[in-house]
Design a protein around this ligand. Structure first.
Ligand code: ZN
Length: 229
């Protein structure tokens, strides 16, 4: 190989190596900026978060919420009472058909105490039956009202409790923006947000939260994905 050809090849290799280095540097800078902006986690994925709704379904507000979730292609988790599920079976069916996760919130929103364990268990079983009769599927997830639970019920009923770590107390205000601001301020990756689809303001707040956190790089998933993946 004469020296001219060698020089040309040498320069070509140098140019190719330099352009590969520049590409790598650009990619690195882009990823750092995205991590700093909070758009992706350190592992390079969207940050997962779950939004959950208790006490429904409500004949008007839950439908409005489901419309908003569908428009945004967001999946949520609903902990329904047996009593409300019986009153709105069409909404339970729609939740299931649209890919949301349905959990059990007892039949009459009963609080577990030291003296009503059997009644509490019966309410959970009755509610599971109602949900299964509408969706055709067993529900394994329980949101115990007021967060009170007895671990021995898990094996006895084959049900798993789902608590929460972001609680904006949406049920005690009608100020949707205030509720939304509080969740947006506190939310972090893998959080479980507690809200209630039984109030118009909570539904408005939930949609504001979803829009803002989606912009911040969060991906909304059902609670099973947060708890078991
Ligand atoms: Zn509740």
């Amino acid at each position: 190989m004469n020296s001219r050809v060698f020089r040309i090849l040498y320069v070509l290799c140098l140019v190719l190596s330099l352009s590969a280095l520049v590409r790598q540097a650009r990619l690195y800078a882009h990823n750092c900026a995205a991590i700093n902006d909070g758009q992706i986690s350190d592992a390079g994925e969207l940050k997962r978060i779950a939004i959950t709704f208790d006490d429904g379904p409500h004949p008007v507000y839950t439908k409005r919420l489901l419309d908003g979730l569908k428009e945004r292609n967001v999946k949520a988790t609903f902990f329904v009472t047996g009593e409300h599920a019986e009153q709105c079976p069409d909404i339970i069916k729609r939740m299931h058909d649209e890919g949301h996760l349905i959990g059990n919130h007892t039949y009459s929103h009963i609080q577990l105490t030291s003296s009503n364990r059997e009644k509490f268990s019966n309410e959970l079983l009755k509610t599971s039956e109602i949900i299964k009769s509408i969706t055709g599927e067993e529900t394994q997830y329980v949101r115990p009202p007021y967060g009170l639970w007895d671990k021995s019920l898990e094996a006895q009923l084959n049900m798993f409790p789902v608590l929460w770590n972001v609680d904006p107390l949406d049920w005690c205000t009608s100020n949707a923006s205030k509720v939304a601001r509080s969740v947006i301020r506190d939310a972090e990756e893998n959080d479980i947000i507690l809200m209630h689809d039984y109030y118009a303001s909570s539904v408005s707040a939930a949609l504001m939260i979803i829009d803002e956190l989606t912009k911040e790089g969060y991906s909304f998933v059902t609670v099973d994905e947060i708890l078991f993946d």
